[in-house]
Design a protein around this ligand. Structure first.
Ligand SMILES: Cc1ncc(COP(=O)(O)O)c(C=O)c1O
Length: 388
């Protein structure tokens, strides 16, 4: 199908991995919607969701609630919106605090929303094992008593996966049991919980059972153009729907985006509770192969590869972020500092991508001792979005 783009040129954008995303490793948010999403959009319902009349949207919400074992779901415009609505709904009246990993999206990349929307004090904890928080990390960072000087912890917010790394189900269960024992609420930023489930670490329902609220994104590894889902019990979702309305997130005919999101769930994640029949597992295998290609050439990894992300230790390789990005441009790949995201459209284009990545890796690692330049010393706190 051909259309015209904004400049009047004829083109067909619905070509999946043959388009821009097939060579873009910066993020799984770069995945583009597919022809089957377009077909679903063409046959979606176009009714009003503020009036709760749109079957395509309500079916998606009910399906995600069923997949995660929760009572209800709420379609939201973004992962950020899902996290913020959840925290705003779980928290009531200050003084109140949230405990989370210091690398969490909710503290680093949501524009300070937790503080402005909830008034909560955030305790950002450095996990002792460098990979994920444990119950012991949490226990030493919560405020459980009613001493007037402290800000009592009300919510523990966990991110899974975080930087592509899985927090094991057993650890989540330990933290959840502790939270329930002390009357604390649990939120999961599960933007990529699909990846944890597809890796075999536990089903969506196993993980979700540990939380009061879970956000899952359609617009990242699943490849939908827009949206996320917030799941929880009827009361918390009712409240979140209210908060969503209050910030202008009530949607009129969202079938055009929820239809595409449903295709992402069915085709990219797959129909089984652990992503059986989907495409994510293959991306994890490919991510390990890419990591091995780097380490076989002598490179080191910055984080272990659990799912779809490969983190290169560029400092050790004496390579700056701008250098690897320029090398990527030379071979026709879009790269983003030391993080390679192996999403499913990269997997579908793997023959081209792996050959080009090898060239980049060789350039970096074979030239390491000659003209390598380490990254500039970082100014301010590290951020994946700040150019060095
Ligand atoms: C772990 C995590 N949570 C939440 C979000 C926010 O999603 P959005 O960009 O849809 O607001 C992101 C975005 O990349 C993310 O990586």
């Amino acid at each position: 199908m051909e259309t015209t783009n904004g400049h009047g040129e004829r083109h067909n954008a619905w070509i999946g991995s043959a388009g821009a995303a097939g060579t873009d490793l910066r993020s799984d948010t770069m995945t583009t919607p597919t022809a089957s999403m377009l077909a679903a959009i063409q046959s979606c319902t176009l009714l009003d969701d503020v009036f709760r009349e749109d079957p395509t949207t309500m079916d998606l919400e009910a399906h995600c609630a069923a997949l995660t074992g929760k009572e209800a779901g709420l379609f939201v415009l973004s992962g950020t919106m899902g996290n913020q609505l959840a925290l705003r709904s779980l928290l009531t009246q200050p003084p109140h605090g949230v405990v989370c990993d210091h690398r969490s999206h909710i503290v680093k990349y949501e524009a300070g929303g937790v503080s402005s929307l909830t008034g909560a004090m955030v305790k950002a904890v450095v996990p002792k094992n460098g990979i994920h928080l444990t119950l012991e990390d949490i226990e030493t960072n919560v405020y459980l008593d009613d001493d007037v000087h402290t800000c009592p912890t009300r919510v523990i917010s966990l991110e899974n996966t975080l930087n592509g790394m899985i927090m094991p189900l057993e650890e989540v269960q330990r933290i959840s049991a502790f939270a329930r024992q002390h009357g604390l609420k649990m939120h999961c930023d599960g933007a990529r919980l699909w990846e944890a489930a597809a890796s075999g670490a536990g089903s969506l329902a196993d993980f979700s059972a540990c939380f009061d609220t879970v956000t899952l994104c359609f617009s990242k590894g699943l490849g939908a153009p827009v949206g996320s889902i917030l799941v929880g019990d009827n009361d918390v979702i009712k409240h979140s729907r209210w908060v969503r309305k209050s910030i202008g997130g009530g949607l009129r005919q969202p079938g055009v985006v929820t239809a595409a999101a449903r295709v992402g769930v069915d085709e990219t994640f797959g129909k089984g509770p652990n992503g059986q029949g989907g495409l994510l597992r293959e991306t994890h295998v490919l991510a390990k192969e890419v990591a091995n290609m780097w380490t076989d050439l002598g490179g080191k990894l910055f984080h272990p590869v659990h799912t779809n992300m490969v983190w290169l230790d560029l400092d050790e390789a004496r390579c700056s972020a701008s250098k690897i990005e320029a090398l990527g441009t030379e071979v026709g790949l879009k790269l983003f500092a030391n993080r390679l995201v192996i999403h499913y459209q990269i997997y579908q284009n793997r023959e081209v991508v792996v050959r080009r990545l090898r060239k980049v890796f060789e350039k970096i690692l074979l030239e390491k001792s000659s003209d390598g330049a380490a990254s500039e010393p970082a100014r301010g706190e590290a951020s994946i979005y700040r150019k060095q």
